[in-house]
Each structure stands twice: as structure tokens, then as C-alpha cells.
Design a protein around this ligand. Structure first.
Ligand SMILES: [Zn+2]
Length: 477
């Protein structure tokens, strides 16, 4: 196993790799939601010289995902009942999967764990401790289906022999019911690892204490506006081997987690190359990933971010499938121990968060005042579905970057009535107001309308469609 330096990665002849990447991507794309090409990734930086040869190829896992994707889950938003309606039949009829209740949510919904395998290495995976972060829950459902329906598959057999997997696919069902981050008390379960005020947090902590797993997978979704490092590219996946204390040192437990993260990077690089980031490793004494690491479980955080034309995160669901199964297989075979930690440490960090919408080059019109030159940015309440856009900044936004840009050079923005605050008969525009206005050719309210923007969604004036964005955000990458 070579221990390549970052310089060694850069010198790897990526020309050999690219055709393989394209084929693999094509297979996954065919299996997933409609999707258009991303901005070409920069040269893949992970050398496949580090791939332990016994690991299944990314392309094979992509095909498995195509075959075993659970049908009932096609949108990001689903309830506890909908999840279990989709997966209960396959879990219950399977002799290799065992479901147990590990606790109840604040509102009394059962929190289930699904166990697989009889190996000596225990691995704990949990998803959706934030109720609106469901990508990996769909992935775990697909993994259940794979394990239930193909126990004779060499990969499933290896996992069963070497590992005991305990998987909690929806730790915060009350949050999922409302599709919100927090639990029914408004508490962030992932900031409750120390206080253990929530029944959801207590269930996870008790499970970890009972199992004392060697490895843990903390599965989340991150802000879809996040870029990779200083680049313009979306972070599709962010990885973290969390710190176990303020020093951010690497002890044996965290070092193992770093190598598992390296395996994941390598596995998903053909699918989201150039769009993988490293999550901030500042120690958080309230967060589960950090504390579980300190409790002796080598824990990796996987954050699913954004991907072009993937509003329901079906592409990233498949990417998670590839990453998680690759990591589990590497743990089962101990191949992770040969993974190059630099594959993790050389990942660029999560970069800045960009705006959802930039309206550039216009003049802002308020009743009774002279128009002023002003750009404008807005963010959506639901950035994947482009709903509920509100103004975040007004003024000189020359340096701003957004997922969508509407150029209105020389045109006039007339805010809609509900975007204006009226104080003593003097209407004003404020940040946080709905991003609703008509773009006209002149400052007069009667001049010709060009665009109608309603809560950030723009349409050509006088025609119901199409939106200038085609209904999905044209990401720079
Ligand atoms: Zn989260």
C-alpha cells in the first residue's frame, strides 16, 4: 500500500482514470433521478493505487443500488409511518434482519434499530437525528433491501461473517413528521449528547454504551449552498472524522475513523469527484459524533449536500450507498487500515455558502422615492424546491455568487406590496421580506413588465412559463 503525498496524487495520470469515471457515472445516472452533467470535476486527486484490490468496485455497487433501491421512497420528505410502510415488509420477512425498538420519541413514536450479521466487529449507523435530513435514511432502506434479498451475495456474506451491523434509520421521527431539524421540544438532538434531555438522544447514547461499537457512522445532510473550499463547486458530500477533544489530535480511535473516511472518499470520487469536502473539525462538546468518538467508537460523519438537478437527493442517495457499503466492506476485511489518511486530510474544507438567488444590475424603486442602483440576493426557505424566497441583502453585490442569477441590467425592480413594510404611509423594503417584485422597463409602475418574481421564482411577464431557471437551479457546479 503506497503512502502517497498530495503531490503524488496530483501527478497521477488521470487520463487513464477518466474514461472509467465516465462509465461509472453513466451507470449511476441511468439509475437515478433525471440529471444533467455537472461542471467537469477537476482532475481526480485520489490515486487508485491505494484501492485495496479486494474491495468491490464503485461500478459494481452502483449496479447493486440500481437493483435494490426501495421503491416506496422517492421524495426527501416522508414520515416515520411512510418509512416503515416501505421497509417493514422486507425487514419482517427477512431471516437475516432483526428489528428492535431502542426507545420512543418525545411523542411516543418507536425508534427502531435493524441488526444484521454475526461478526465480532460491531458497527453502529444512525441517520436523521435531524428530522429534515433524510438522504441516508433512504440509503439505509436500500441497504436493508440489499442485505435481505441477497444474503448469498459475496459482499453481504462478508459483512455478515465479519461484522455486526446495527442501523437506526430515523432517530428523530417527530422531527421527520414535521420535516424539521429539531425534535418535538425544539431541541437539536445532535447538541444533546452531553445533557441527554431528549429521549432520542438517550436512546442513541444507551445503544452506543450497550454495544460499544468499534465503528460508527453519523449520517446527515448539510446546507445545499455549501461550496468546496474556495471553489465554485457544490459540496455534494462532506466527510469528517470528528475530534474527540479540544486538541483535535489523532488518537487510535480517530485515526481509524480518518482511514474509513479515506475509503469513502475513494469510493465516491468517481461519482462526485471534485465535489467532496471535509467538514469543520472544531470539537463540539455537545455533539454526538464528537462524544461517541471520545467514547471509543471510530466515528465518521457523512454529510449529503447539494447536487445539480437533484431536488429529492436521489443521486446522493446512491452515492451514500456506494460510500457506506465500501466503508463497511473495508472494515470487514481490515483493508481500511491500509487506506492513505491523506485521502481524507487533503480534502478541501467546506467553503462558503452562496446565496440561492442573485438579481444583478437593476434599479430599485420605492413609491415616492428616486430609484437607486441595487443588486439583491435571496434565499429560499426550501432551497431544493425553490420555495419561499426571502431577501437577504440589497445593495452593491458585485462579488456575490448565487446558485441562480437573474440579470436585470438597466431594468427596474418594483417590489410587490407584500414585500414592503408600510410605516406611517412610507413603504420601505427590508431584509427578510419576501423576494417578490415585478421587473419593469422603467421606474413608472405602469411601464412594461419583463419579469415577475414571486418569492424568488421568476417568470417572464405575461406568460405562465418558463422560468428563466427552468424550474431547477442551474448550479455552477
Ligand atoms: Zn444534521
Amino acid at each position: 500500500m503506497s503512502r502517497g503525498s498530495p503531490a503524488a496524487f496530483a501527478s497521477y495520470p488521470t487520463g487513464l482514470l477518466m474514461p472509467v469515471l465516465l462509465i461509472v457515472s453513466a451507470v449511476l445516472l441511468a439509475a437515478c433521478a433525471p440529471h444533467s452533467a455537472q461542471e467537469p470535476a477537476p482532475a481526480a486527486s485520489a490515486s487508485d493505487r491505494n484501492t485495496p484490490s479486494e474491495l468491490p468496485a464503485t461500478s459494481e455497487l452502483v449496479r447493486l443500488h440500481e437493483r435494490f433501491r426501495v421503491d416506496g421512497l422517492t421524495e426527501r420528505e416522508f414520515t416515520h409511518r411512510e418509512l416503515w410502510t416501505a421497509i417493514e415488509p422486507l425487514v419482517e420477512r427477512s431471516p437475516v434482519l432483526e428489528r428492535s425498538e431502542i426507545g420512543r420519541s418525545a411523542e411516543g413514536r418507536p425508534i427502531y434499530a435493524v441488526r444484521y450479521g454475526h461478526g465480532s466487529t460491531t458497527v453502529l449507523l444512525w441517520s436523521q437525528m435531524h428530522g429534515d435530513e433524510s438522504t441516508a435514511t433512504m440509503t439505509l432502506a436500500d441497504i436493508f433491501r440489499f442485505l435481505a434479498d441477497s444474503a448469498e451475495h459475496p459482499l453481504a456474506a462478508r459483512l455478515a461473517e465479519k461484522l455486526t451491523l446495527v442501523m437506526v434509520p430515523m432517530l428523530n421521527p417527530d422531527g421527520a413528521e414535521r420535516f424539521q431539524r429539531h425534535n418535538a421540544f425544539g431541541i437539536d438532538v445532535n447538541r444533546d449528547a452531553r445533557a441527554l434531555s431528549t429521549p432520542e438522544g438517550r436512546a442513541l447514547q444507551a445503544l452506543q454504551q450497550r454495544l460499544k461499537p468499534e465503528f460508527g457512522f453519523n449520517l446527515h445532510d448539510q446546507n445545499v449552498r455549501t461550496r468546496v473550499g474556495g471553489s465554485e463547486r457544490l459540496a455534494a458530500i462532506a466527510l469528517l472524522a470528528p475530534a474527540y477533544d479540544e486538541s483535535r489530535d489523532y488518537n487510535e480511535v480517530r485515526s481509524r475513523a480518518r482511514q474509513v473516511a479515506a475509503v469513502i472518499r475513494q469510493a465516491v470520487e468517481p461519482l462526485v469527484g471534485g465535489h467532496i469536502a471535509r467538514y469543520d473539525d472544531t470539537f463540539n462538546p455537545r455533539a454526538f459524533g464528537d462524544l461517541i468518538q471520545s467514547w471509543g467508537t471510530s466515528t465518521v460523519l457523512i454529510e449529503s449536500g447539494g447536487w445539480k438537478d437533484d431536488p429529492e437527493k436521489q443521486y446522493l442517495r446512491g452515492v451514500n450507498f456506494v460510500g457506506i457499503l465500501s466503508a463497511l466492506d473495508a472494515i470487514a476485511s481490515d483493508a481500511y487500515a491500509g487506506a492513505d489518511p491523506a485521502l481524507y486530510t487533503t480534502l478541501p474544507q467546506n467553503g462558503r455558502r452562496v446565496s440561492d438567488l442573485l438579481v444583478r444590475g437593476g434599479w430599485l424603486v420605492l413609491p415616492g422615492l428616486a430609484p437607486v442602483r441595487a443588486d439583491l440576493t435571496a434565499d429560499y426557505a426550501d432551497p431544493l424546491r425553490l420555495r419561499g424566497g426571502r431577501i437577504t441583502e440589497v445593495g452593491d453585490l458585485t462579488e456575490a455568487i448565487a446558485r441562480d442569477t437573474l440579470g436585470v441590467e438597466g431594468l427596474y425592480l418594483h417590489p410587490e406590496r407584500d414585500a414592503l413594510t408600510d410605516q406611517g404611509g412610507r413603504p420601505s423594503l427590508s431584509v427578510e421580506a419576501p423576494a417578490s417584485f415585478v421587473v419593469r422597463r422603467g421606474p413608472e409602475p405602469t411601464s412594461e413588465a419583463v419579469w415577475v418574481v414571486l418569492e424568488g421564482r421568476a417568470e417572464k411577464a405575461g406568460s405562465p412559463a418558463p422560468s428563466p431557471y427552468g424550474g431547477s437551479p442551474p448550479e455552477p457546479g
